[in-house]
Each structure stands twice: as structure tokens, then as C-alpha cells.
Design a protein around this ligand. Structure first.
Ligand code: SF4
Length: 219
């Protein structure tokens, strides 16, 4: 019987991180407040689409204090193109109010504090602590989740479980670079539809490659 070999996270890290050495968030931002708001808006929306909406939003509301006092309808109009705009407008206003009330307008630097903010889950919290504060963070977005699953590194559809599995597989010092490399690899190579297995730099390590390549041949 044929057995499937799962590559080690370290082996995949050694291949992918040098290919995407400076990968970071693709969101446009000038400070932690803007990044936090942008990540909340990026739920179910592309970074490119968020980047088109945020210049007008941050021109009108440049910090937590101004956004905390904003009218819901005005904010809804500004974030409408990011989808789910009513919920997102409510979340960013409520988050801004918590930042003002509890953190003097600043963005906190721990996962525990960040995940208390409305609209902020572990993906967003990990991104903020890693990008803004240089702490280890595993940002499991849809690309990381899919790529880690196909590679057998985290065979799950649950982002929190994937984060735990990836975290256990590598030392903290590698977390941030690895999750961004997986993100870029998933976005550009291990795409949701029609992954580019024939050109993939980790195809020889990947337990899913043969299935995708066979399926492509049968078409
Ligand atoms: S071989 Fe295919 S499925 Fe595996 S990581 Fe590469 S693109 Fe994704």
C-alpha cells in the first residue's frame, strides 16, 4: 500500500521563505490604528479592494478618537465597497470606542486584548502583534489555511487548529515569516482553484501534488 509522506514544516520553511523573504501585509496603512481597521475591513474582501476604500475613510477619521465619534451612516457609506458594510462599520466604530475608553486611543499589543475588540479574531490579532509590535504571530488567513492543509502540515479547515498545529511545528522565531510565505505561496501558486502544482517549488514534498496533477491530465 502506498503511504503519503508529510513534509516537515522546517523543510517547507527552508524552501518558501527565501522565495518570499519580505512578505508582509498587502494592506496599505500608516500606523497600527489604520492597519487594525483595514484588517477588520478585509474580512471576506480582497486587500486590494480594502486599499481602495481606506484613503477616504482615514482622511475623514484619521485616529481612534475621531472614528469613535463618527456617525454610523457616514462610515457605512465609506466602507460600502468592502462588503458586509453595516457589520464592518459597526465593528470599527465600536473598536475605536474601546481603544479610546480602555487604551487611551492606542492599539494594544497582546492577542488576549486584541481579540476582545469587536470584529477582531485571532487572524487579525496575530497580524497586529507581528506587524506592529514585532512579536511572533501566525496569521492564518484563507491562503495559509488552504496551503498548510494541502501540504499536510495542518490537515484541518479550522483556522484556530491550523494556527496551533503550525505553531507547534516551528519555533516562535519562524512563525511570522512562515505564515507570510505560506500566504504568498497560496495566493500565487497554491491557488484555491487550479493550483499551479506543475510549477510549485514544494511539489516534490507535497502529498496533494499528485492528485491535482492527475486531475489536470484527465481533463
Ligand atoms: S504541489 Fe500543488 S497542492 Fe501542493 S503546495 Fe504546491 S501548488 Fe499547492
Amino acid at each position: 500500500m502506498e503511504t503519503t509522506t508529510i513534509p516537515s514544516a522546517r523543510t517547507v520553511f527552508d524552501v518558501l521563505v527565501p522565495i518570499w523573504p519580505n512578505a508582509g501585509s498587502a494592506l496599505a496603512y500608516r500606523n497600527c490604528f489604520e492597519l487594525l481597521v483595514s484588517v477588520i475591513l478585509s474580512a471576506q474582501c480582497t486587500d486590494e479592494q480594502v486599499n481602495k476604500a481606506t484613503p477616504a475613510l482615514f482622511a475623514a477619521y484619521p485616529d481612534a478618537r475621531s472614528l469613535a465619534g463618527a456617525g454610523r451612516a457616514d462610515v457605512e457609506a465609506l466602507v460600502r465597497t468592502t462588503g458586509f458594510y453595516r457589520a464592518k462599520a459597526a465593528n470599527i466604530i465600536a473598536t475605536a470606542r474601546m481603544l479610546v475608553d480602555e487604551y487611551d486611543g492606542s492599539v494594544p499589543d497582546t492577542i488576549e486584548e486584541l481579540t476582545r475588540l469587536p470584529g477582531v479574531g485571532r487572524k487579525t490579532a496575530n497580524l497586529i502583534v507581528s506587524v506592529c509590535y514585532g512579536k511572533p504571530g501566525i496569521v492564518v488567513d484563507t491562503h495559509v489555511l488552504r496551503t498548510a492543509r494541502r501540504l499536510g502540515l495542518a490537515p484541518t479547515d479550522d483556522p484556530a487548529r491550523s494556527e496551533r498545529m503550525l505553531g507547534a511545528a516551528l519555533p516562535e522565531s519562524m512563525w511570522t515569516a512562515f505564515s507570510y510565505a505560506l500566504n504568498r505561496h497560496g495566493k500565487h501558486v497554491c491557488r484555491a482553484r487550479k493550483p499551479l502544482c506543475a510549477f510549485c517549488q514544494v511539489a516534490s514534498l507535497c502529498p496533494s501534488a499528485e492528485d491535482f496533477l492527475s486531475a489536470a491530465c484527465l481533463k
